[in-house]
Design a protein around this ligand. Structure first.
Ligand code: A3P
Ligand code: MG
Ligand code: MG
Length: 388
């Protein structure tokens, strides 16, 4: 049987959520409210990947030099190892918020997740190629979402081609040119080989993250994610956050449609963290920066409306709301407390098909724990915090 890792179908049926037909003009969508995210706290990862509750990794926006070479510094790129999509860093932040606000604060939260996972969920109605899998736990009334990356998928990510890796680097090089570690816009030149406007060599271990609270429909969410830089001074709010992106220069109508489709991901990635501005560096295929364009996140849906690559954020929010309702109706209400045995669900999204949710069997749960000190995918120290 294919679903070996899952509890037998006889015991727990595979539960399915129908995929929305975004192209059906008769479809009716509810207008699902999404609350403006508010900032709860920020933290940094150091070069040695230590999480610190400070803003040491915060960077400030500066104008990039015209025609910057995005190949610059590639040889000195310090690459973060591909890792499982663990929630640990975000859970450290949640613990800190529970210490600050009391455990009752957490009881109000419906979902705890990284921003990347929420982006995948919300953009699923328009995703035609890439499926994904989540591990889901439901503890004390809160859903925890972790991206499920199999060993094979991690290896695949580590083994990408040199060409692909350089293209990935262009995004980070653009970030370096566009940001400074000091608020007055001066850059610290660490290296005499540095070209004009270079913001320092790329170390993808270093990240500045923001944790926000928001609400989709009736569900309160706590979402964490990386923020590329801020404009001016950091004031503890999200209103001067900046997302940096690169994209290939647009030469024809075909390229334009492709870019409009890409804007869906840019939009939700930023929207979920309350990032109001997205700055896109358009580059040549070989990594020469050509133009820089600034977008107000909230204006993006209007820009693509009635265009060939159009999408409607309401379809995504409505789908997201249905997705949550699906989990609520299917994942047993009996999982309200921490029992002796963790229960982990596997949610699988297949493009053009939809979502299934199934309960993992003991072996499946062990694979999720992967020999680590965990209760399902939650670290033991977090489960202890919940029990306390
Ligand atoms: P670009 O998006 O400019 O190409 P982010 O934009 O989220 O801040 O990420 C910075 C860069 O990391 C991206 O730059 C891209 O190169 C790389 N990156 C982010 N998410 C990725 C993914 N899912 N797969 C491959 N590369 C990714
Ligand atoms: Mg980023
Ligand atoms: Mg970015």
């Amino acid at each position: 049987r294919k679903a070996k890792r899952l509890v037998d179908d006889e015991e727990v049926e595979i539960r399915r959520l129908q995929y929305p037909l975004v192209s059906d003009p008769r479809r009716s969508t509810h207008s699902v409210p999404f609350q403006q995210p508010s900032s709860l706290l920020t933290f940094s990862y150091s070069p040695s990947r230590v999480l610190q509750f400070d803003d040491s990794a915060l960077r400030y926006y500066v104008e990039p030099p015209p025609n910057a070479d995005l190949n610059y510094g590639y040889d000195r790129w310090i690459r973060k190892r591909e890792e499982k999509g663990r929630l640990d860093g975000l859970l450290r932040a949640v613990c800190r918020l529970v210490d600050r606000n009391g455990i009752k604060w957490l009881q109000d939260i419906g979902i705890v997740s990284w921003r990347g996972v929420m982006t995948k969920i919300l953009t699923a109605p328009y995703e035609e190629r890439e499926g994904w899998e989540l591990n889901v736990m439901f503890v004390n009334g809160t859903y925890y979402f972790e991206e499920h990356a199999s060993e094979a998928k991690l290896r695949e990510k580590e083994d990408i081609t040199q060409k692909h890796r350089i293209r990935m680097y262009y995004g980070y090089a653009f970030e370096s040119y566009c940001s400074s570690d000091s608020p007055n816009g001066r850059k610290n030149y660490t290296n005499s080989r540095d070209v004009s406007g270079w913001g320092g060599d790329v170390d993808t271990n270093v990240q500045w993250c923001s944790v926000v609270k928001t609400k989709l429909g009736d569900t309160r969410l706590v979402i964490g994610g990386e923020v590329d830089c801020v404009r001016g001074q950091f004031n503890g709010k999200t209103d001067n956050f900046v997302e940096l992106k690169t994209s290939i220069v647009i030469r024809n109508a075909f390229d334009e449609t492709k870019f409009e489709k890409k804007l869906l991901k840019f939009y939700f990635q930023s929207f979920l963290l309350g990032v109001p501005e997205i700055i896109v560096g358009f580059r040549t295929p070989s990594g020469q920066l050509r133009t820089v364009q600034k977008f107000q996140t909230i204006q993006i849906p209007r820009m693509v409306r009635n265009k060939p690559g159009a999408w409607d954020p309401q379809i995504s929010l409505d789908w997201g709301n249905n997705f949550i309702a699906f989990l609520k109706s299917r994942i047993d209400a009996s999982e309200l407390s921490l029992g002796n045995k963790p229960r982990v669900w596997r949610v699988v999204f297949k493009p053009r098909e939809g979502i299934t949710a199934s309960l993992l069997d003991d072996q499946g749960v062990q694979e999720v724990q992967s020999g680590e000190e965990r209760f399902g995918f939650l670290p033991n120290w977090y489960a202890e915090e919940l029990r306390a």
